[in-house]
Design a protein around this ligand. Structure first.
Ligand code: G6P
Ligand code: MG
Length: 220
């Protein structure tokens, strides 16, 4: 299939915000009197804020009334935003600008497909917002990855058929969402964890421009 548009996940693909999510969730866990480890934080990748809090409270064996739950969601996000506030272009992951620049030079449309409700401010901070032809984030979707909704809306906004879209993802649920959308999936990270992806790379430094060219010219 010939690729004519590319969709990027945000957290873990364009920027390493997982460390900031971790610090904010850990602070809340510690306040509530339990530990939250980096290994447990792996479960939070690609997962909505609400679902993350549900998992966190499960880990701590805590049940909460809706009002309290909502207050903790706000508190975590306020802490997270303090980290985001300090971000700049130096936090873009290696060689992401190389790939984005290559696609822009060829007038290939690109979209963001993220579960985060903070996607726009983060892209603004790292100065990548103007590069994207469409943004679909946590404010636009009703179904979380692995549901394909986020990527299907992105394809629609770019006016490209799903099977002609390529998705860069670092989360298992994200790769499944791309596959469910009938898109070409590229796993960024551990190939064993992301084994359902069509292609795997540890990071963007491993992605050659010749590989991208081949995706754009292959006819199946
Ligand atoms: C991404 C991250 C998740 C995060 C989610 C919601 O998918 O990988 O860890 O929970 O976005 O982010 P938000 O910025 O809306 O809290
Ligand atoms: Mg991600």
């Amino acid at each position: 299939m010939r690729a004519s548009a590319f969709v990027f996940d945000l957290d873990g693909v364009i920027v390493d915000t997982a460390k900031y999510h971790y610090l904010a969730w850990k602070k809340l866990a510690n306040e509530l009197g339990f530990e939250f480890t980096k290994e447990q934080n792996e479960l939070f990748k690609g997962v909505s804020r609400k679902r993350c809090l549900e998992i966190l409270l499960d880990i701590g064996g805590i049940t909460a009334a809706q009002e309290q739950f909502d207050r903790w969601m706000v508190e975590k996000n306020e802490d997270y935003l303090e980290y985001i506030e300090k971000m700049d272009a130096s936090e873009i992951l290696p060689d992401v600008p190389k790939v984005v620049g290559f696609l822009k030079d060829r007038n290939i449309p690109i979209a963001l497909g993220s579960a985060s409700k903070n996607a726009r401010p983060i892209l603004e901070k790292v100065k990548l917002l103007p590069s994207f032809d469409a943004i679909v984030d946590g404010n636009d979707v009703s179904k979380a990855k692995p549901d394909p909704e986020v990527f299907l809306i992105a394809a629609q906004k770019l006016n490209v058929a799903p099977e002609n879209c390529v998705v860069f993802e670092d989360a298992v649920a994200g790769i499944q969402a791309a596959n469910n959308a009938d898109m070409i999936s590229i796993g960024i990270g551990d190939a064993q964890i992301l084994s359902e992806a069509d292609y795997n790379f540890n990071d963007f430094t491993e992605i050659s421009l010749a590989f991208l060219e081949s995706l754009m010219s292959v006819q199946a």
